[in-house]
Design a protein. Structure first.
Length: 86
């Protein structure tokens, strides 16, 4: 979760001031942050998937729209929730 907090804060630096949006942007980039910090790509992806999968639906930044194909999906090519067929 420390990884997710770091990525979330980076989204604020990137001028996203909406907490729910910043949080979902972070879920879509946690694997990249981990890789930048030296985590091997497969482990970075696995961690990012778990962080998203086990997120707390009672958290104030939770949104059911933060899922593949829903409103907050940025359709990033390498998002961890993107399967092999995109
Ligand atoms: Zn925030």
């Amino acid at each position: 979760m420390a990884l997710h907090v770091l990525t979330h804060e980076a989204m604020h630096i990137n001028q996203e001031h909406d907490e729910v949006k910043a949080d979902c942007q972070a879920f879509q980039r946690n694997h990249k942050m981990a890789e930048y910090l030296g985590v091997a790509p497969p482990l970075a992806a696995q961690s990012a998937i778990l962080i998203h999968h086990f997120r707390n639906m009672h958290h104030p930044y939770y949104s059911a729209q933060c899922e593949p194909g829903r409103v907050l999906d940025e359709k990033l090519r390498d998002a961890i929730w993107r399967g092999p067929d995109g």
